[in-house]
Design a protein around this ligand. Structure first.
Ligand SMILES: [Zn+2]
Ligand SMILES: [Zn+2]
Length: 164
């Protein structure tokens, strides 16, 4: 999806956009599959001479919990903002996305990059997921396992020391 920004490069104004994109090739480990294409809605605005891309992405996906590995359906709304520029001096700045041909933005490319960065956060089936016991593999959301009392008291002391 390319957006021509010629109208607002030299003049104040904004250009809205909305489209859907396929993110299945982004390879985010914790996303097993997308339930729908990712919906994107936003605008590019020239505010005081700076081109800002503002967008919201609506993601519905089957995810894998980082703590307990359980599959769960998630809906995330991701807010994206990025600075666009056609100034060659900005080329070195990693926070700035360069325009193509001087006047258009490859929204798909920009949003994909931002999406990958932003989605690199914890995926949890629920906020307080307790995960699985690394020793016995029990899902601790279903109740405590019997591992804890088995810890060697000397080891417990060591653990306490390491915690500090
Ligand atoms: Zn979980
Ligand atoms: Zn256990």
């Amino acid at each position: 999806m390319k957006l021509n920004l010629q109208k607002i490069i030299e003049a104040p104004g904004e250009i809205p956009f909305s489209f859907e994109m396929d993110m299945s090739d982004t390879g985010i480990y914790s996303i097993i599959s997308y339930l729908t294409p990712v919906k994107v809605k936003g605008r590019v605005v020239n505010s005081v001479g700076v081109l800002m891309l503002e967008a919201q992405m609506d993601i519905r996906a089957l995810c894998r919990c980082d703590r307990c590995s359980k599959e769960y359906e998630d809906r995330k709304k991701l807010k994206i903002s990025a600075v666009l520029s056609n100034d060659p001096q900005s080329e070195e700045n990693p926070d700035v996305f360069m325009l193509e041909d001087g006047d258009s933005a490859d929204l798909g490319e920009i949003l994909r990059t931002k999406f990958i960065l932003e989605m690199d956060t914890k995926f949890l089936c629920r906020e307080d997921c307790k995960g699985i016991c690394p020793k016995c593999g029990r899902d601790l959301n279903e109740g405590p396992c019997k591992c804890k009392p088995d810890i060697d008291p000397r080891l417990a002391v060591l653990e306490q020391l390491l915690d500090k």
